[in-house]
Design a protein around this ligand. Sequence first.
Ligand code: ZN
Length: 380
Amino acid sequence: METSLLTRSNRAQTIMPQSLLSWWHEEKVRQAHVLVIGCGALGSEVIRQLCLLKVGHITVVDYDTIEEANLFASSMFTRDDACRNLPKIEAARKLVAKMHPEGTFTGINGNVLHDLGLSHFKTCNPTISCVDNRMARLFINRVVHQFGSYWIDGAIENLAGTVKVFGKKTACFECEMTEDDWSALHTELGCTTVVRRNLSHGRVPTTSLSASIIAAMQVQEAMKVIQGLHDKLRRNHFYYEGMSNHCISYQEPPKRNEDCTCNFSSLEVQISSVSTSHKVSEMDEILFKDHSIQSSALRLRSPLITAWRDQAGKVHQVDAIPKHEILNVLEQKVVEVAEEVSLVSISEYAQMTLHDLGIPPQDILNVIDSKGQVHYLQIQ
Ligand SMILES: [Zn+2]
């Protein structure tokens, strides 16, 4: 998955213009690892900027494929890519190989909510969010803050766009969610809408113009994180409207909401030799041997479905499957999910692998031992 196309010995020795900046430390940029979530108009522009600045390690996650309409939003995609329905992640891989061959690129063709191992949020800093929905932002927000990292949110619509930087000392994304935001989110999260949500792709009118402006600002803030210039980060939100040429940079940074559940504590994560190909039954031995954990349960990010109802009202019992894989497994016939399990006892699902349970590689497991203590384990 990772590609490094040039070795250190044949890296070009050209002096880059930004290295003449007094505050620019090239080595920090070369060592940096940035996570980009979303590879549409905004994400592809962010990746291009990261390549130009020679960021050493770039990880990108996106689950979409290239269509004809995408060609107008980003020059990263070609007509040939659209004809072949190439995953956007592959176009990103090609771009990085061409523009920044000395860097490493990791592409994850999947949904940030389910397919990205949580340890990527720990390894990478900052995370640059180029997603188009509230749920993904809320997810990113909750995970990033557990590792004390920064994330930079960008959004575009028409000729307008916003940039928000979230870090330890600011209000988080969740702090700012209104009641309307929450009710819209709850509707989206309803079991019966699982299928609908995956089928209907929210399309927002965007332009490459606002994408270029907002992406450049996101990467500019990312560079401040990388250079350690945390006091120079944008604390207040920025809003840009291209039709009237209005820029609003709010005077006061948003206040933290006392009722927010945001958790800024740093998780203590242990490295584990468990991998997604291990069966649940094999975990017991490894957890005891490596971590002295007498395990009792594994808390899943996505609940397991054990029964579902079809359009005719018939209830079907199924082997446990992760909720987000309903579409693949049951071919869109689900009307309602009848039962969910999110805490898996090791013995009950002994013959399933972690992959079967919907756990992606490099995830961080939430294991509860026999005394009720929670352990965070980073898997292979
Ligand atoms: Zn908060």
